[in-house]
Design a protein around this ligand. Sequence first.
Ligand SMILES: NC(=O)c1ccc[n+]([C@@H]2O[C@H](COP(=O)([O-])OP(=O)(O)OC[C@H]3O[C@@H](n4cnc5c(N)ncnc54)[C@H](O)[C@@H]3O)[C@@H](O)[C@H]2O)c1
Length: 260
Amino acid sequence: MSAALNGRVICVTGAARGIGLAIVRKLHEEGATVIATDVGIPADAADYSAAMLALDVTSEESWRAAEREIRERFGTLSGLVNNAGISQTAALEETSLEAWRRVYAVNVDGVMLGMRTMLPLLREGSAVLKGGATIVNMSSVGGLRGSALNIAYTSSKGAVTLMTRSAAIEFATLGYGVRVNSVHPGGIGTDMIDTIYDRYVELGRVASREEAAKASQARYPLGRLGTPSEIAEAVAFLSSGASSFMTGSQMVVDGGYTAS
Ligand SMILES: NC(=O)c1ccc[n+]([C@@H]2O[C@H](COP(=O)([O-])OP(=O)(O)OC[C@H]3O[C@@H](n4cnc5c(N)ncnc54)[C@H](O)[C@@H]3O)[C@@H](O)[C@H]2O)c1
């Protein structure tokens, strides 16, 4: 077993399934002590985590409680992975203010609250780590370019891209020893993508989920969607000392989708 993350304590949000669960598994394999969190206890992460916490990323109090528990049980934090996110597939005219705010609460407020709440713990732990402490924010190819029927999601992920860059510069300028980078997956085979395909069917854009999947895959130069573990590889690298000269960067993992 390689040990690129030995001695690191890393908290992951949205860890109950999909990309978040794959991240927990990969960080554990690389030797990290992993704190897996989700709105409910992420039971499937039991074999790969040292603690499983209920953490609703939209709630300031929930973040504070998680911070207290991590401080008491582990005394330190080396990394935070702000992975929790939700999608919303609708035309602008069909996007209610309530739905818009829900997407922003999870995807934008969640990342801001996470960085802000965990920053003191990350700063305290940073000095003894090669490359300092790390934050990885899960954006999307949707945080780099626009797309139809996706305005709440893409704009929220665009905010994640720029929150990452601004925090990276701020923390470096202030000498905090905390690097901040974002990851930008293309389509990854998880529940989220199935929900999006089902919405395309509902909206009459395609006849079936299978047709939606085929059309989607055709847009990727590598001819397929990615897997959660391919995203976890990028997160593990950005959470390790191997990425010590990277901060404020966007790591795109998208099968060539944004290359053209
Ligand atoms: N699947 C893709 O194609 C894709 C592409 C680009 C980016 N992403 C991003 O990757 C991340 C993970 O996506 P996924 O595909 O694994 O999605 P998913 O829907 O399979 O899992 C998302 C997880 O986030 C959790 N979550 C939702 N709201 C939460 C909240 N308020 N507090 C805490 N946890 C909450 C859910 O319970 C779930 O476990 C998201 O940020 C998503 O936007 C996914």
